[in-house]
Write a new protein. Structure first.
Length: 288
C-alpha cells in the first residue's frame, strides 16, 4: 500500500493489464488500445520504486553534508529528513511519511542548520552541498516535548482502550514518541470534550478523539488513492478531518481502500474488522 498510486483507469487486453484513461499529471494520452504496464512504468520512472524494489536509483548528484559533527553522503535536493535517517540519525516526526508530500505540520522534526534563520522542519528542507545540520540537542528535545504535549492535550488519549495498543501493539507512532521523549503526562490542561465516533462505514472506523491532525490520511487519499475524499474542516481548536462534504463516512465517496488507515500514525482510523464486541456478562458478588 506504500507504493500504490492511482494513475488512471484501465482494463485487460491480450497484452495484459493496460491503462486507457491516464490522469492529467502523467502526461499520457487516452488510448482505446491502452498503455501497457511497462510503458507506464517507463514513462513515470516507476521501476526502481515499484517494479524492481531491489534496484537502487543511480548515484547521481551526491554531495557531502555534516550531521551532528559527522560527515555524511546525501543526494543533492533530496529530503533532509530521509538523508539524515538513512545515515543513522533518527529524527522524531508524525506528519511526514515516505511516499507522501511533506507539509511540515507537526513541527517535531525541527533541526538547526548553519546559516538558516531559526529552526527548520527537516521534512521540508532539501539537501545542499556543505550543509551543516544539528538534529539533537537540549533545545530541540525541549521543543519537541513541548509540541508533543500540545498534541496530547488537544484530546484525552486513553491508550489503554485504544485499538492500536490492544491489537496492533507497537504500531502507534504517537505512543512510541511519547515513550522516547519521556512524557508522563501533558503539562497543559487536557481537553476532555468527547467527539462522536463515526463507525458508519462498513470497513473503517474514525475516532476523532485520537486524531493529531497530521494530515497523512488526507494526503494519502488524494495522492495515493486519487479520491480526494478527506480534508480539513473548521478552524483553530474546532479543526477536524472531514469526509466528503463533512458528511458521515458511509455517505461519502470513500472506496474503502484503507490507504488512509495505513497512513494514520495513531488509532484515529482503524479497520472495522479489528474491532470486537465483548461477551455479555453480569457482576457477581464473591465472598472470601
Amino acid at each position: 500500500i506504500n507504493t500504490a498510486k492511482t494513475v488512471g483507469g484501465g482494463g485487460k487486453s491480450p497484452a495484459g493489464a493496460v491503462l486507457n484513461t491516464p490522469l492529467g499529471f502523467t502526461g499520457m494520452e487516452e488510448s482505446t488500445e491502452g498503455h501497457t504496464l511497462d510503458k507506464v512504468a517507463e514513462k513515470l520512472n516507476l521501476y526502481h520504486t515499484f517494479f524492481e524494489p531491489d534496484r537502487k536509483p543511480p548515484m547521481k548528484g551526491q554531495v557531502e553534508i555534516t550531521v551532528n559533527g559527522k560527515k555524511c553522503k546525501a543526494f543533492e535536493g533530496e529530503n533532509l529528513l530521509e538523508a539524515c535517517e538513512r545515515n543513522g540519525f533518527k529524527i522524531p516526526h508524525l506528519c511526514y511519511r515516505e511516499g507522501l508530500s511533506a507539509p511540515g505540520a507537526c513541527r517535531l522534526c525541527l533541526v538547526k542548520i548553519t546559516g538558516a534563520r531559526g529552526l527548520v522542519p527537516a521534512c521540508r528542507e532539501a539537501v545542499s552541498e556543505g550543509m551543516e545540520v544539528i538534529t539533537d540537542d537540549d533545545e530541540l528535545r525541549y521543543l519537541r516535548r513541548l509540541n508533543l504535549e500540545f498534541l496530547l492535550s488537544a484530546h484525552e488519549h486513553n491508550c489503554l482502550l485504544c485499538g492500536e495498543t490492544r491489537i496492533m501493539r507497537g504500531k502507534c507512532e504517537l505512543q512510541t514518541l511519547v515513550r522516547e521523549l519521556g512524557i508522563d503526562s501533558p503539562s497543559f490542561p487536557v481537553n476532555e470534550e468527547r467527539l462522536p465516533i463515526d463507525d458508519s462505514h462498513p470497513v473503517i472506523v474514525k475516532d476523532p478523539n485520537r486524531c493529531v491532525l497530521c494530515g497523512r490520511c488526507v494526503r494519502a487519499c488524494a495522492e495515493l488513492a486519487g479520491k480526494h475524499n478527506l480534508g480539513f474542516a473548521g478552524r483553530g481548536r474546532e479543526t477536524v478531518i472531514a469526509t466528503g462534504l463533512n458528511q458521515s463516512w458511509d455517505q461519502s465517496a470513500c472506496a474503502g481502500c484503507l490507504v488512509c488507515v495505513m497512513a494514520c500514525p495513531t488509532g484515529a482510523l482503524s479497520e472495522k474488522l479489528l474491532h470486537f464486541v465483548g461477551d455479555s456478562w453480569e457482576a457477581q458478588k464473591v465472598f472470601l
